[in-house]
Design a protein around this ligand. Structure first.
Ligand SMILES: O=P(O)(O)OC[C@H]1O[C@@H](O)[C@H](O)[C@@H](O)[C@@H]1O
Length: 351
């Protein structure tokens, strides 16, 4: 059964109150700029809902008790809205064999993927902040429209923005959610283009899939770089990543702004210390052994590059031992003309 969710806007009450938003912003959340940008945006968007009739529409934002509102109105089998850390709304997906994924609406950040209750295959840093203002450090944060370093904030604004939930569905026990981000005052202050980003997350037995679509909705071309900055739970010293032999490398360890070019010659890449390396034209499949007994296949379409990162002792404490980042990336800029879109898929599968 395909139970598509006909979504709603919890901001109906806000529409008439839009003129008071500026003062409310100052009074209630003086620092939470992106949240209020999202509210303004959602009010603007309401007038566009009909023109997007193929997309059910639901806003899920971080405050004003919206978690409760969503819980009451959100009825899709295998998808629950819960109050996550810091009170931020998260969607919990459960597929029919029992595996689970959790996704925060803030940053559209997948923070947890479990195929059994004992073990999370994703890692969230112990120093991660869940306040709706700073990016969530861990899970699968987005890097868009800049991988970095570059002219705007490191890794761009997508991980630091309130996305919307565009639709939810459950097809034969397989739950899917589509998140959406469009340009707003906050994004345009850094990157002055109109865009639409759609991020579909699907959970199947032993399999977590995402599809990211970036569309140029502007009347001028733009370029972007991007990545899915996945933090995998791991015993870092024991991790092995297979599939990168023969790739051109850009080693960022000596100097991230001026990386050293090289060639990967190892069958299996490991993490013996500080690792920060871009692999150009990486293959469509990498196989990672996480050192905890799991073998994870990381496949992609259109994510042409890969990044391996572990800060080693450059990070505070000892938690660097418990994760590695293996990231699908688009390091070379993608050019989109007005109306064009770029679509990239990523699939993690445990054998
Ligand atoms: O922003 P985060 O999650 O701390 O990650 C930072 C790191 O992200 C990696 O993707 C980059 O290759 C590193 O250069 C960077 O230091």
């Amino acid at each position: 059964m395909d139970a598509s969710l006909q979504c709603f806007s919890p901001y109906q009450a806000c529409t008439s109150a839009s003129s008071t938003l500026a003062s409310a912003q100052r009074l209630i959340f003086p620092a939470s700029k992106s949240f209020f940008h999202a509210i303004r945006l959602s009010i603007v968007r309401r007038s566009n809902i009909k023109s997007r009739s193929s997309v059910g529409y639901m806003e899920a934002q971080a405050s004003f008790g919206l978690v409760e509102t969503l819980q009451g109105q959100f009825k899709t089998e295998g998808i629950e809205v819960e109050k996550g850390r810091g009170g931020l709304p998260k969607l919990v997906l459960t597929e029919s064999s029992g595996s689970q994924a959790e996704i925060y609406v803030f940053g559209a950040c997948i923070t947890s993927w479990r195929i059994s209750s004992e073990k999370d295959l994703l890692f969230v840093r112990p120093d991660a902040v869940f306040n709706g203002q700073k990016p969530i450090s861990g899970g699968i944060p987005h890097c868009f429209p800049q991988f970095g370093p570059g002219p705007i904030q490191q890794h761009g604004f997508a991980r630091n923005s309130n996305w919307s939930v565009a639709s939810c569905s459950n097809s034969s026990g397989i739950p899917s959610v589509v998140f959406e981000l469009t340009d707003n005052e906050y994004t345009r202050a850094m990157w002055n283009y109109a865009f639409l980003a759609l991020y579909k997350v699907t959970l199947e037995p032993k399999k977590l899939s995402t599809t990211l679509t970036i569309k140029n909705t502007d009347d001028k071309p733009f370029t972007f770089t991007t990545a899915l900055h996945t933090y995998f739970s791991a015993m870092a010293a024991e991790v092995r990543v297979k599939g990168l032999k023969g790739c051109q490398t850009l080693d960022k360890v000596p100097n991230p702004i001026n990386p050293v070019r090289g060639l990967e010659e190892r069958e299996e890449v490991n993490f013996p210390g500080f690792v920060d390396c871009v692999y150009l034209d990486a293959p469509e499949e990498l196989i990672m052994k996480n050192g905890l007994g799991d073998t994870i296949s990381i496949t992609n379409k259109s994510w042409s590059d890969a990044v391996l990162w572990n800060p080693h002792t450059n990070a505070p404490g000892e938690f660097y031992k418990e994760f590695v980042c293996v990231e699908n990336a688009k390091f070379k800029p993608v050019l989109l003309e007005p109306g064009q879109e770029w679509v990239a898929e990523q699939v993690f599968q445990v054998s």
